[in-house]
Design a protein around this ligand. Structure first.
Ligand code: NAD
Ligand code: ZN
Length: 392
């Protein structure tokens, strides 16, 4: 027998820009970014909802490339939203566009859209030629404050979230703040849950800032919203770059706090409950559970629930009480699926303080049941409108 182990060191540069009106004449950030890679050819893919909200965008992109010497191969408007992650239809369409435009591994695909669109198109760019350069322009609160700066892409499969996907570091991310202000208010607010999440697991001072600004955030005051999005994006990116496990080979996944239940609720409701509202519920559940098992002070857990109330995010959905034939709550299968998705032993992050998480390897289903009861009662008592987005 002969065995040889090699180390293959690979590092990536993660370029993240915060700006406004990225394609306007006075803004050089996109040109600078593309020039850094040395490639010349580019295509642009825009999510339909964004093209509708910003009717001048296609022309702006065209004019931008007109001012540069890149080999611009045109813009295509494509559908987005969670439904495009439901099958491989969009992925195949994008492969066709990339092939038709002769996009090679040095060329760029500039992709403008929400988290679901970026996930599906990102999977296509990650797999075309084993990876062409993706420049993401996230357009929702959630995609700017979390997923857009991530290094993953996926579509859903076999009834499960993100079953088909890859790790793939984008060439660049341009968070253009202007896109933040054209989604409906509920979607904008729901995306803030990922900022609350990363604050709770990484940065207690940021949680206190969110708490202190909860009114302005709920009202979507632009400057406050943008500051929150930027801080959240940077905390996510820093964790990925400096946390020691960018491609999640271990079992610990702090950025997935509250996500085992969230992903299950999304799948159980056939994605009628979107990701942001589902995370709000999952985060409320795991926060309450942390207090119930004595890890987190009860008062701290109540502060978290008060922030969710303040952001008008729901903390309960009837899916939490849907039962299997055996009488077990169906949502609890989310724990099994979470473990399977990660591999290895079950690892769920709970809170031991506001800003500090701790990994645990089992969750008590009876205690979880009690927490669900509390969330249901609290939700039933909530004033009309709070969390209406996930109402029955
Ligand atoms: N890859 C990752 O690391 C990662 C991390 C977290 C979440 N995600 C994924 O992100 C997705 C959720 O992303 P999302 O919250 O952005 O939802 P989304 O992409 O579904 O967008 C929400 C809605 O807003 C519309 N929209 C997008 N931008 C708009 C704009 N500027 N103006 C008006 N409407 C606009 C979309 O068409 C859609 O209807 C989920 O699929 C989730 O799994 C991925
Ligand atoms: Zn998430």
């Amino acid at each position: 027998m002969s065995r040889h182990d090699f180390q293959i060191p690979v590092t990536f540069k993660h370029r993240i820009v915060f700006t406004r009106d990225a394609f306007s004449a006075g803004n050089g950030c996109v040109e600078e970014l593309l020039k850094e890679g040395g490639g010349r050819r580019a295509v642009v893919l825009i999510e339909q909802a964004v093209a509708l909200a910003w009717p001048g965008l296609e022309r702006e992109v065209q004019e931008f490339f007109g001012r540069t010497d890149f080999d611009f191969r045109g813009t295509t408007v494509l559908p987005g939203g969670e439904q495009v992650k439901g099958d491989d239809g969009l992925v195949r369409r994008v492969w066709g566009i990339l092939d038709g435009a002769h996009i090679d591994r040095h060329s760029y695909a500039l992709v403008i859209g929400g988290g679901a669109f970026l996930d599906a198109v990102g999977f296509a760019t990650a797999t075309a030629h084993r990876g062409v350069r993706l420049v993401r322009f996230p357009t929702t609160t959630l995609s700017q404050d979390d997923s857009g700066v991530g290094v993953k892409c996926a579509i859903n499969g076999f009834g499960k979230k993100n079953w088909i996907g890859a790790f793939s570091v984008p060439f660049g991310v341009v968070n253009d703040f202007r896109f933040l202000h054209s989604q409906d208010e509920e979607t904008r607010r729901a995306g803030l849950i990922e900022a609350v999440k990363v604050a709770l697991v990484k940065d207690g001072a940021f949680f206190e800032w969110i708490e202190g600004n909860v009114g302005a955030l709920a009202e979507l005051v632009p400057g406050v919203l943008e500051r929150c999005v930027e801080q959240s994006a940077l905390l996510h990116a820093r964790h990925i770059a400096e946390g020691g496990d960018a491609f999640e080979t271990g079992s610990s996944r702090p950025l997935d706090f509250g996500h085992w239940a969230a992903h299950k609720i999304e799948a159980m409701t056939k994605y009628q409950v979107p990701h942001g509202p589902a995370v709000a519920i999952g985060l409320a559940l795991d926060t309450l559970y942390s207090a119930e098992v004595g890890l987190l002070e009860k008062e701290s857990a109540m502060r978290v629930l008060a922030v969710l109330d303040g952001l008008m995010l729901g903390i309960y959905h009837p899916a939490l009480d849907w039962l299997e034939g055996s009488g077990r709550r169906r949502v609890l299968a989310g724990l099994d699926e979470f473990r399977e998705h990660l591999g290895g032993e079950l690892t769920v992050l709970l809170l031991e303080d506001l800003g500090r998480g701790v990994d645990v390897h089992e969750m008590d289903e009876v205690v979880l049941g009690r927490c669900i009861d509390v969330l249901r009662e609290r939700w039933e008592d909530a004033p009309a409108g709070v969390g209406a987005v996930v109402g029955v």
